[in-house]
Design a protein around this ligand. Structure first.
Ligand code: SF4
Length: 334
């Protein structure tokens, strides 16, 4: 049996690589305790495993291993131009996790990482320390579910709960946690500076392109629980994809969303279409050819996206449809 065949037979998280420097960390012990059956493999630097060339990424994504490691500085990064800043002046992001348990066909991580395994950086205290240092200079808007879906991994990591505790004692910090999952978060305190951002897509798009994510019904249930418990809710219609009968599919979808979620109760809404750095798309076309990557996108300033006419058609349609339900001031377009 070759190594690819062996990888195919594994269950998710049945192998856990532990970086030497992370071995004695209390969070490493907490995470390992959740996987008593898994094989634990000591390693030097996590990059020796995660960045290996020619890995069977597709197979790894089906049954990822975990890699527990220590993150090194910088812990926070300035938000990239392709991402929506929602009018915030100090937009940063951070990643205590690299890679995602979900399998969206259009995900840029497929073009960014050479591995399908999931890295968990156990030293969150260092990220908090750096966040405090920056907060001494100015307020901060920080996306914490970046390069992953943090809430989908909460049962393993507990990182989100730690961030909520940190945000509770740092009111100048606003965090956004974005998800396509539908967890129960009602045990966490209600805080005005913790924004729950739920990515919504038509059911047909979820089934076809957002593998393993929560259904639209489950995401709507989750979004409702956020609003009803007094937490700030952001809806993300991003990325919208050009699908056959676009206007019918997305028109019925918006109608369904706002038949269940009162527009006036939503904090704000992000709207965007699929776009991706040229290098990432090139790698995705090679490693994960699919309907989304096969589309003939237009290249503008190093970013592939829909051509100007289609883009305008999609965004104008979304704007006209969404302003039936929410004040235009709540809409942020990418
Ligand atoms: S949920 Fe987000 S991070 Fe995860 S695979 Fe989908 S697009 Fe990528």
């Amino acid at each position: 049996m070759n190594s690819s065949e062996k990888t195919a037979l594994r269950k998710p998280y049945s192998r856990i690589y532990v970086e030497e420097a992370a071995a004695g960390h209390p969070r490493t012990a907490q995470i390992l305790a959740k996987f008593p059956e898994s094989v634990v493999i000591p390693i030097g630097d996590y990059k020796n495993v995660f960045n290996r060339p020619r890995q069977p990424v597709q197979l790894q994504k089906e049954a990822p291993s975990l890699i527990l490691a220590l993150q090194k500085p910088p812990y926070l990064y300035a938000g990239p131009a392709v991402c929506q800043d929602f009018g915030e002046s100090h937009f940063y992001y951070t990643s205590n996790v690299m890679n995602c348990p979900f399998l969206c066909d259009y995900c840029y991580l497929r073009g960014m990482y050479p591995s399908g395994d999931i890295v968990l950086f156990v030293n969150t205290e260092d990220t908090f320390c750096e966040t405090e240092r920056i907060l001494k200079e100015h307020p901060l808007y920080l996306c914490i579910s970046y390069d992953t879906d943090l809430l989908a991994l909460e049962g393993i990591t507990g990182f989100f709960g730690e961030w909520v505790g940190f945000a509770a004692s740092h009111p100048a910090l606003t965090i956004e946690v974005r998800t396509k999952s539908s967890p129960n978060v009602l045990n966490y305190p209600v805080l005005p500076n913790v924004i729950y951002a739920v990515t919504m897509s038509p059911e047909a798009v979820i089934e076809r392109f957002e593998h393993r994510t929560a259904s639209l019904t489950a995401r709507l249930r989750f979004a409702k629980s956020i609003i009803e418990s007094g937490r700030p809710l952001r809806l993300c219609f991003d990325p919208m994809l050009w699908v056959p009968d676009f206007e019918t599919v997305y028109g019925e979808f918006f109608e369904r969303v706002f038949s269940e979620i009162p527009g006036e109760a939503v904090k704000d809404i992000g709207v965007g279409t699929f776009r991706i750095a040229a290098d990432y798309l090139k790698r995705m076309r090679k490693n994960h050819p699919c309907e989304v990557t096969a589309y003939p996108y237009t290249l503008t300033d190093g970013v592939y996206g829909y051509d100007a006419e289609r883009l305008s058609e999609m965004l104008s349609f979304a704007k006209a449809a969404l302003t039936k339900y929410v004040d235009e001031k709540k809409l942020f377009f990418s």
